[in-house]
Design a protein around this ligand. Structure first.
Ligand SMILES: Cc1ncc(COP(=O)(O)O)c(C=O)c1O
Length: 402
């Protein structure tokens, strides 16, 4: 489970200048309890064995890498790391299995989680069902509307879905709600869904998601004999991206490219590109690049994809941006939609709209590379949850061709 290549945050939870624990004292005590339990679990071979066995037999790991021959006619070879083939259809299960195992180890009986697109909520609800934990999922009212299928799945899996009705009623408000409930209830463990939040969450989520990069590096070497020219992943909070990047951090010739949601335009309120268009600040207890409103608080964000519209980003990504080890770019809604349809029609794989952002960037730069170079795209999830939304958009575009 350990990854010697990636550095740990310092004792206060900072990756370079970013991260930390900007939280009230009662929450600090909860976080430190989690950090201590994690440190002990990391050293315990039986915890690692349990997690490896669940990853293999429950989640279906390792997920394969796949060569998209039809999309590789012009320039680089495009390969996908198929996280969409995991149980429940996304990378989120890698993290929920680890965190729920830790919750059990700590004697907690109730897990709470936030969710945006619903994928993390579904993964938490399923893992809680598997492990006999009570489960509460906080979700913005707007996301409940646009991700109805996942709400139904969570409820079928036995979770109680609570609507966050304040502010923009999306992912930020769902996190606010979950943190508030967690502070008040000692029986609870907060299963955070991305590499964000106060220490130790960014480190813990990376630890559980780094299985993606570890497998991918081995698989691509075995299949092709080469490392990729670039690893490309979408960035919401940044968990699937950091999971992939961690496997290649020490391969200095491998470019690491995070793709943010460029939405409708670069104007305030039209995107959620925290690294490309934001500035450093504190949100949800950690210091990182974020989108600010004119008063300096959490700004309004937007993306076609419910899993990407968060106004901040994992602190390790901020550090990787400043050091120049990783590059961060943005892809618009239209470009993501185009990639969504391209993969569906030419490779028979319907991707999540989130993952379509990463693919869109690979399609954009592929012609700049010779054919013997590889672009490895993390296909973080499958698109079933997005089918209704995309159908509605396409129907509206037919009525009002631009
Ligand atoms: C399929 C999929 N990919 C990516 C993301 C973005 O999250 P992260 O940046 O933490 O990987 C989500 C979030 O819900 C998702 O459902």
């Amino acid at each position: 489970m350990s990854n010697a290549l990636a550095s740990k945050p310092d004792s206060k939870g900072f990756f370079g200048a970013y991260g930390g624990q900007y939280v009230p004292e009662p929450l600090k005590a909860r976080l430190n309890e989690v950090a201590e339990a994690l440190a002990s679990a990391e050293k315990d071979p039986s915890f690692q064995q349990q997690l490896e066995s669940l990853n293999k037999n429950y989640a279906g790991r390792p997920s394969p890498v796949f060569y998209c021959a039809n999309l590789s006619q012009n320039g680089a070879q495009i390969w996908l790391k198929r996280e969409d083939l995991n149980h429940l259809g996304a990378h989120k299960i890698n993290n929920t299995l680890g965190q729920c195992l830790l919750a059990k180890r700590m004697g907690k009986t109730h897990v709470i989680a936030e969710t945006g697109a619903g994928q993390h909520g579904v993964a938490t609800a399923a893992t809680a069902a598997l492990m006999g934990l009570k489960c509460t999922i906080c979700m913005g009212e707007i996301d409940i509307e646009r991700q109805h299928l996942n709400v139904a799945r969570m409820e079928m899996l036995g979770a109680n879905v609570v609507a966050a009705k304040t502010g923009q009623r999306t992912l930020k408000e769902a996190v606010d709600e979950a943190l508030e409930q967690w502070i008040d209830d000692d029986s609870m463990f907060y299963v955070l869904g991305s590499a964000v939040g106060p220490h130790p969450y960014p480190y813990m989520v990376r630890l559980f998601q780094s299985v993606i990069g570890r497998e991918a590096r081995e698989q691509i070497l075995e299949a092709t004999g080469h490392l990729p020219a670039a690893c490309i992943a979408c960035v919401g909070g940044g968990s699937n991206a950091i999971g992939l990047f961690t496997g290649f951090l020490n391969d200095s010739d491998v470019r690491l490219i995070g793709v943010e949601p460029g939405g409708r335009s670069d104007n305030y309120g039209d995107h959620a590109a925290s690294l490309c268009l934001g500035e450093p600040g504190v949100l949800h207890g950690f210091y990182s690049y974020m989108i600010k409103n004119p008063q300096g608080g959490a700004g309004e964000v937007y993306s076609i994809s419910a899993g990407l519209d968060y106004p901040s980003v994992g602190p390790e990504h901020s550090s990787l941006k400043d050091s120049g080890r990783a590059e961060y770019v943005k892809i618009t809604d239209q470009e993501a939609l185009h990639a969504f349809l391209t993969l569906s029609r030419h490779e028979g794989i319907i991707p999540a709209l989130e993952s379509a952002h990463a693919l869109a960037y690979a399609l954009k730069i592929a012609p700049q590379f010779p054919h013997d170079q590889i672009l490895l795209v993390n296909l973080s999830g499958r698109g079933d949850k997005d089918v209704n939304q995309v159908e509605r958009i396409l129907r509206a575009e037919k009525k009002n061709p631009m």
